[in-house]
Design a protein around this ligand. Structure first.
Ligand code: CTP
Length: 405
């Protein structure tokens, strides 16, 4: 978080005092904080206390001429790397959801082109009210992230969800945001199916056709999805990796077994096909070990094509809402991946160059180009674990934008 700039919007609520602790924590983590205090917020904390802790002027008034001369509200909202609304009151979120800009806070939120994280705080009945439910859903669809609220005893004496998340939890959500990770629980209630590893296609009882896939990328994705709260089923070919914690792992050998296991695991909300499935199997597997025949020509292996698991599931009746495939290429990476995305009816293809000199196959790093309907997003080289975390954050954002019908 070193050097990051946070614009903190403090709404009105009994929990506003916790914003002061949050400022201290954010600055302690190396980021700077500039604060906007709403008129209601001023009833709970003073501009002076916020200014002392941020070490900066506190912005309160939309129409202050000096503020506009120093920094307009548009600039104020775009100068930050992240906007954090804490506490986000029911009223503030309702205005955000409706696109109302009637004070400095809501104007900055409407004018910004930066990500926004909301930490709601309100009475439990207000949190559960259908209007607030609707507003939260709208904001999630707009790509706004949430942390909390927590459940517990409230200042008003009632009990339930509505308490502002603890400042340390808000700081953790900010850190997760900058690390490109999905917020904790972002995939709770979501069923994710992952295929990983190679498949082994037997030639005879002792020999098989295989490939160099280690399974590391698929396993990292399964683990990252589980860490984000998803219910994860991993269908894995033969690899030397332990079952990821908190994941249901089904081990298979061949492509046909993998397809059967995947079909058995459906329905799922998200399908991620990271396995390096063998394209061919030996047409007739020998029941006995093939022996060398003195003087005879080596045996010819007749191959049959394996089912395409990704294409079968993407085109099937139980298609997950989000289907993600990989494209392992050694040349024309994006061109081939774009064609593969259409041919296999995937929503996204994560393309990577697996030429031997890249060290991707079996290695710990990966360079990904995410090919979607809207174009290509090229990620810098990162570890397979970071790729997994970034993918899971993308999935959480995509699901939030198109919630279940
Ligand atoms: N895939 C699959 N079943 C197969 C082959 C591939 O599910 N029988 C999936 C992989 O898991 C991956 C995607 O399809 O998500 C692309 O795999 P890749 O090996 O790159 O593509 P192929 O279909 O094998 O195409 P080609 O060999 O022509 O590059």
């Amino acid at each position: 978080m070193q050097g990051k700039r946070i614009l903190l919007i403090v709404g009105g609520g009994i929990a506003a005092y916790k914003a002061l602790e949050l400022v201290r924590l954010i600055r302690g983590a190396g980021a700077s904080v500039r604060a906007i205090l709403t008129a209601a917020g001023e009833k709970f904390v003073t501009p002076l206390s916020l200014a002392s802790l941020t070490g900066d002027k506190v912005y309160t008034d939309l129409f202050s001429l000096t503020d506009e001369a120093e920094m307009g509200h548009i600039e104020l909202s775009r100068d930050a790397d992240l906007l954090v609304v804490a506490p986000a009151t029911a009223n503030l979120m309702a205005r955000m959801a409706a696109g109302i800009a009637d004070d400095l806070a809501t104007t900055a939120l409407l004018a910004t082109d930066k990500p926004v994280l909301c930490a709601p705080a309100m009475n439990v009945r207000m949190w559960q009210h259908p209007a607030t439910r609707r507003n939260v859903e709208t904001l999630q669809r707009d790509g706004i992230a949430f942390v909390g609220p927590d459940a517990g005893e409230m200042a008003c004496g009632e009990f339930g969800p509505g308490r502002l998340a603890e400042p340390a939890a808000i700081l953790a959500a900010i850190r997760e945001h900058f690390a490109g990770r999905a917020p904790t629980g972002a995939l709770s209630g979501v069923r994710v199916l992952v295929t990983a590893g190679p498949t082994h296609e037997p030639i005879d009882p002792v020999r098989y056709i295989a490939n160099r896939s280690s399974g590391k990328q698929g396993y990292a994705i399964a683990a990252a999805a589980a860490a984000a709260g998803a219910d994860v089923i991993l269908v894995s070919g033969p690899v030397g990796l332990p079952d990821p914690a908190g994941v249901t792992t089904i081990r298979v050998e061949t492509a046909r077994e993998m397809l059967a296991a995947v079909e058995g695991a459906l329905p799922a909300d998200v399908g991620i096909f990271a396995a390096a499935v063998a394209d061919w199997r030996v047409e007739t597997e020998g029941g006995q070990k093939i022996k060398k025949q003195k003087g005879a020509a080596p045996p010819a292996l007749a191959l049959a094509e394996n089912p395409d698991i990704l294409a079968t599931i993407a085109g099937g009746a139980k298609r997950p809402r989000l289907v993600i495939g990989f494209a392992a290429e050694t040349e024309k990476v994006i061109e081939h991946a774009t064609a593969k995305r259409q041919r296999k009816q995937a929503d996204w293809i994560l393309a990577n160059d697996v030429s031997p000199d890249t060290g991707v196959m079996g290695g710990d790093a990966n360079t990904i180009h995410l090919v979607g309907a809207g174009g290509v997003d090229s990620w810098p080289q990162m570890s397979k674990i970071e790729v997994a975390e970034r993918l899971v954050a993308r999935i959480a954002a995509a699901l939030a934008q198109s919630p279940r019908a």
